[in-house]
Design a protein around this ligand. Structure first.
Ligand code: AMP
Ligand code: MG
Length: 537
């Protein structure tokens, strides 16, 4: 096959061509008014080295070459060189952080390189994260450390293969420079290796891009951005009008609901659901102090900054997404002129979320939701049950899929029930502490589950096949990401490559990779980076 290299990428930069930019060309921190973005170049780095590459994402862009063979990919995606057709810029946006309006935030360390025309007419914005200061950097340095870049690179690709709407990652480049971070905010700053991730998405526009214009009463520009977004990012809706704008907001609400349902399916906790971290396209965006549920605890948050309020804990995510949509609706009101379309969108969120979440919970047990609500209600009892003892969510659902309930037999013997329960106990963190009560509750639930399977005519095999399509075997367990970071910081990106490969097929049994599906080891329970993370990145 002829290698298709970076020089073949075709750029068509609509955001900068069609929307007003900041006339100030100098790169210094400031408030940017009357503009959607500022042109700014990435800051060159000392010694860019390509650590990891997503061949899957590269293929989507029409790229097919070995990026490790030459220095070209490292130079371009480390920020040292631009390709012909790139027109780099940072976006202006604001946001509500932890419930409070924070004013202008903007791409403080992200620089969009340009919009690539992909295979089959799709479009992809390439964006470097950690490529140096921009007018929106406020008091920070515009850089990113290796540990947070490894986490973003691996998790966005893992989420994509789990079927969760997300921004993607193309590359991870070590800069050869050190970055100073006070990881625990305790007055002990440390020098850490720096890195740049190239993220990729159809659009990086956030709720906050609309909010900042509305907060400044730049209503003409707000309307321009709304209509630009409809025309370019939601072209199936047709040309902008009062009706299409309402339809667009509704679709934003429904896509956001879908995204959160997927998070709940796989046990993902975003950790910083500020409105500047909410994508208008309903994509998971900005992988910061995110985490994966290990023991099923809806009040768990990975973010140390959120430890007291738990605003962004696993179980709060559906409510917070709604709260964020209401902020977006408020910001859009001057363009809509009436609350009706906005209210209808917010209502659609609740309706869509509730229905999809029920269907998802049923699907996780293999039950068909179409037979009525009983199946979904039964499935919805599981979260309470799983909280009775420390139970690994991912392992539990996968194990539930493989226990033999023999629905074709009228009854199970006592011995058979013991076998069923022992098939599930691998999901318990402390099996010796599981009270007899819990076994009784679990068996009682399983009996009703078995009766439902009989009613729906679902054999063990067909149920397992269904369940294994929605319940992953492999997720980016918090401690696995940390092990990959530890090794990368020692100069060896091998575990990043291995995890990228395993997480490419998260629903498949991969017998030689079984160890990556195991419970969090004891040592990882309280280790920084494995259980709790700060925003320092
Ligand atoms: P986030 O952590 O994604 O919620 O970021 C909030 C805001 O801080 C955004 O405007 C980011 O661009 C900005 N930001 C975060 N880290 C840095 C950094 N190291 N340098 C400049 N801006 C940053
Ligand atoms: Mg952010």
């Amino acid at each position: 096959m002829i290698a298709t290299g970076l020089e073949t990428l075709q750029f068509d930069n609509r955001f900068t061509q069609l929307l007003p930019g900041d006339p100030q060309a100098e790169n210094f921190r400031r408030q940017v008014r009357g503009a959607c973005y500022s042109r700014v170049r990435p800051t060159p780095v000392a010694a860019p080295r390509l650590l990891a590459w997503s061949h899957d994402m590269a293929g989507r862009l029409g790229l097919d070459f070995d990026p490790f063979q030459t220095t070209e990919a490292a130079e371009i995606f480390g920020g040292n060189r631009l390709l012909k057709g790139m027109d780099p810029f940072a976006m202006c946006y604001g946001g509500h952080q932890f419930g409070n309006w924070a004013g202008q935030l903007g791409d403080g360390r992200a620089i969009n390189l340009g919009e690539v025309l992909g295979r089959g007419g799709d479009r992809w914005m390439l964006q470097l994260k950690g490529a140096g200061p921009t007018p929106y950097s406020r008091t920070a340095d515009g850089l990113a450390v290796l540990r947070s870049s490894v986490r973003e690179f691996l998790c966005s690709e893992a989420m994509y293969h789990l079927g969760v709407p997300t921004t993607r990652a193309l590359s991870l480049v070590a800069t050869g420079e050190m970055v100073t971070r006070d990881m625990f905010y305790d007055g002990n700053p440390k020098r850490e290796p720096g890195a740049v991730v190239c993220r990729v998405a159809p659009t990086f526009t956030r709720f906050g891009n609309f909010q900042i214009l509305s907060s400044r009463k730049e209503h003409d520009l707000l309307q321009q951005l709304v209509d630009y977004t409809i025309t370019n990012d939601f072209p199936h809706l047709g040309s902008p009008s009062a009706e299409t704008r309402a339809e667009w907001f509704r679709e934003v609400c429904v896509r956001t609901a879908d995204m959160v349902v997927h998070w709940m399916r796989v046990g993902f906790v975003h950790g910083v659901m500020n409105t500047d971290n909410m994508s208008i396209a309903g994509l998971t965006i900005d992988y910061g102090p995110y985490g994966w549920l290990e023991d099923f605890d809806p009040s768990w948050t990975p973010n140390t900054t959120d430890a007291s309020g738990r605003r962004y804990s696993f179980g709060q995510q559906p409510q917070i997404a709604l709260w964020n949509l209401v902020q977006l609706a408020n910001a859009l009101f001057p363009v809509f002129g009436s609350a009706d379309g906005l209210q209808a969108g917010v209502d659609a969120y609740t309706k869509h979320f509730n229905a999809s979440c029920l269907a998802m919970m049923a699907a996780k047990t293999g039950l068909s939701h179409e037979h009525g609500d009983d199946a979904a209600e039964l499935a919805n009892e599981l979260p309470d049950l799983l909280q009775e003892v420390e139970t690994d969510m991912t392992i539990f659902y996968r194990a539930l899929g493989s226990v033999e309930l023999l629905p074709e037999q009228p009854e199970l013997s006592g011995e058979q029930w013991s076998g069923v329960l022992s098939g599930l106990q691998d999901s318990w963190y402390q099996p010796e502490l599981v009270p007899a009560d819990h076994r009784v509750h679990l068996q009682e639930w399983l009996q009703r589950y078995r009766a439902m399977l009989q009613m729906q005519g679902l054999s063990d095999l067909s149920r397992q096949l269904r369940m294994n399509q929605v319940n992953p075997k492999y997720v980016l367990r918090n401690y696995l990401a940390q092990l990959a970071i530890d090794r990368a910081e020692q100069g060896d990106p091998g575990l990043i490559h291995e995890l990228l490969q395993v997480l490419h097929n998260p629903f498949d049994e991969q017998p030689d990779k079984e160890h990556f599906s195991k419970k969090r080891p004891e040592w990882a329970k309280d280790r920084a980076g494995c259980s709790m993370l700060s925003c320092s990145s």
